[in-house]
Design a protein around this ligand. Structure first.
Ligand code: SF4
Length: 439
């Protein structure tokens, strides 16, 4: 659909920069993208800062438009253009050769956020997974080794912690920001979300009179955008803060007794454990003053509805699963689980297309890391990428010789890039699918 004049064309479309699918008007000048504006009334109704850079992304001189074959040593950055037919033939020949020599399980695929084009992700999700970053396109080839950024991100927050606390995945749990009178933004930064919809809801809640507290080791964009009360926490100590807040709730009898009696397991063990976390000790661990810890606990205990947004700030640290569980336990025993303004459980059994498709190959070995990370394997049915370097470099539990990396930059997103650099250099065959040349 276009509204055209000589200089300026407007196309109604969908922004393709990330998977959020914002409806946009694309303004073209001389046939090229000039800028985008949101479609009025669209559910997202926004063009975020990344979307505003669409022009730079689409017309970047660094953008890859054709297949390329490496000509120098791996890592030197020398390539030559080849045809699509040539690229497909080389890939298929190499994968078949490696499968014949070492078995199809010696081929793995790693997918990152750049691959989150939902049609493809759904089409090739491993079967019986609620959510997966892995692309199981290699299952029919005979390899169980689909893996992806989920090994680093989201699974411990959205699947493992969530199931341990609520018996369900985060996709079925949400925060009722619209009715909260206290909002904690804890190790999350909604101002930089794509799209930043929760920031909009937080600001609307502030207009209603809700108080916002940001707990983060830096004064984040969200803290500044909302002028929130900011608690600067020492990185990696969020679990101790949550336990200290629970300590105060119990000591001052500010918790929800009926909820605890009806819906919790192990409450007395928790009560004993949090005795080790009085505010003065937690202040030493977290570097947040004890009086501010007490004040926050009282605010949580007395709020009518307390929403807590949390995510990678806790997940990307040691004991992330346990820290997130402590935060959600705090929220629940303070009386803010499945209540207005708190954390709410959505209707179950929403339709998930294609989740019964793409079964793992019959008679194949378990994917890499399935034995070492059984919880991860249980919820994701995929390999754990943390153990790919060991499989490549040491052949344990069996060798990985070829890797397809789609929409990800492993060297800039994983810890220990030197190890990954050695692992990638040791592969017999490496295919990278991306918009831009990555590290
Ligand atoms: S969130 Fe931003 S980048 Fe993603 S689709 Fe919407 S406008 Fe585009």
């Amino acid at each position: 659909m276009g509204t055209e004049n000589l200089q300026h064309t407007v196309i109604t479309s969908m922004c393709g920069v990330c998977p959020a699918g914002c409806g946009v008007h694309v303004h073209l000048k001389g046939g090229q993208i000039d800028h985008m504006t949101p479609i009025k009334g669209h559910p997202q109704g926004i063009v975020c800062p990344r979307g505003m850079q669409a022009r730079e992304i689409v017309y970047s001189p660094d953008r890859l438009l054709y297949p390329q074959q490496r000509t120098g040593a791996r890592g030197e950055g020398h390539f030559r253009r080849i045809t699509w037919d040539d690229a497909y033939t080389r890939i298929v020949d190499a994968l078949r050769r490696i499968a014949a020599d070492s078995g199809p399980e010696a081929v793995a695929i790693y997918t990152g956020r750049g691959n989150f084009e939902f049609g493809l992700n759904e089409m090739f999700a491993p079967d019986h997974t609620a959510e997966s970053s892995a692309n199981a396109v290699l299952f029919p080839f005979g390899s169980p080794n689909a893996t992806g950024v989920g090994s680093l991100c989201y699974a411990s927050y959205g699947m493992i912690s969530s199931r341990a606390c609520f018996g369900d995945y985060m996709r079925n749990v949400t925060e009722d920001l619209d009715h909260a009178d206290l909002i904690l933004v804890w190790g999350e930064n909604p101002a930089t979300d794509s799209p930043p919809l929760n920031l909009r809801r937080i600001k609307a809640a502030q207009k209603r009179g809700a108080k916002v507290v940001v707990i983060d080791h830096r004064r984040s964009e969200t803290a500044r955008a909302t002028r929130a009360e900011w608690l600067g926490i020492r990185p990696g100590t969020d679990g101790a803060l949550a336990l200290g807040l629970i300590h105060v709730l119990l000591a001052e009898d500010l918790y929800d007794r009926p909820f605890v009696e009806r819906w919790t397991h192990g409450f007395e063990a928790l009560r004993r454990y949090v005795q080790e976390f009085p505010p003065e000790r937690v202040a030493e661990i977290t570097r947040i003053p004890a009086d501010r810890i007490r004040a926050l606990a009282r605010a949580i205990g007395r709020a009518r509805g307390c929403s807590i947004l949390t995510y990678t700030g806790l997940e990307y640290s040691n004991s992330g699963v346990q820290a997130i569980r402590a935060v959600w336990t705090l929220q629940a025993i303070a009386g803010h689980l499945d209540t207005p303004g708190g954390k709410i459980i959505k209707m179950p059994h929403r339709l998930q297309p294609n989740r019964l498709l793409t079964p793992p190959p019959q008679n194949a070995p378990l994917p890499i890391g399935a034995e070492e990370y059984p919880l991860y394997y249980e919820v994701r049915r995929e390999a754990h990428a943390a153990l790919l370097p060991r499989a490549i470099l040491e052949g344990k539990p069996y060798p990985i010789r070829a890797l397809i990396i789609s929409g990800a930059s492993i060297l800039t997103s994983w810890p220990n890039p030197a190890l990954w650099r050695r692992a990638l250099a040791a592969l017999d065959f490496l295919v990278v699918i991306n918009r831009f040349p990555t590290a």
